[in-house]
Design a protein around this ligand. Structure first.
Ligand SMILES: [Fe+2]
Length: 184
């Protein structure tokens, strides 16, 4: 008798990321790297593995051309997930990852972002930590180096650069909290 194949939510999330981002593309490789990092963090910190790894696979799907609406990928991704019946926690984790609220505010999208729950937990910290420690092609990177590379890539007049004075301390605080937990 063959064992039943159990499909987890994270498996479904990966399939969706494969379809929307294109398996093997840089964006997909980044998402795969974030998912692997998230898996490691979930196991080491005793977090909800399926939830965190699902959000990691899905956090950047809002970049996929068919999903672009507001042009702000955390919101566009979260809206798609909600329309497809994904749990509010998954959509909320995607919507708020990596300090998205600061960028949403400067882009005039705070009301749109507020459609989603902002859980501000160790799980949301871990998603941001995973995203900030994986580079654009899936390689593991130092978060400060990744952040500096991101600002350079987006340019000095970008929304990301304009919110840097508030977003960078937010990301550093998250990194410090996760590093502290990992060290225990
Ligand atoms: Fe990302």
């Amino acid at each position: 008798m063959t064992a039943p194949i159990i499909t987890t939510r994270a498996d479904v999330a990966r399939s969706l990321a494969d379809a929307l981002l294109g398996e093997g593309t840089d964006r997909w490789r980044h998402s795969a790297g974030v998912a692997a990092r998230a898996s490691d963090l979930a196991l080491r910190l005793g977090l909800d593995h399926d939830l965190l790894v699902s959000a990691a696979w899905l956090h950047d799907i809002g970049y996929a051309a068919p999903l672009v609406d507001t042009g702000f990928h955390p919101i566009d991704g979260a809206r798609h997930l909600t329309s497809e019946g994904w749990p509010a926690r998954v959509a909320g984790l995607v919507a708020y990852h990596s300090g998205a609220r600061f960028v949403a505010e400067i882009r005039g999208l705070s009301a749109e972002l507020a459609e989603f729950p902002d859980e501000q937990t160790v799980v949301s910290d871990a998603l941001t930590y995973a995203d900030q420690t994986v580079g654009p092609r899936g390689q593991q990177v130092d978060p400060e180096a990744r952040y500096t590379e991101m600002l350079h890539r987006h340019g000095p007049c970008s929304f990301n650069a304009r919110v840097d004075p508030v977003r960078r301390p937010h990301l550093r605080a998250i990194a410090a909290r996760i590093d502290h937990l990992l060290a225990q």
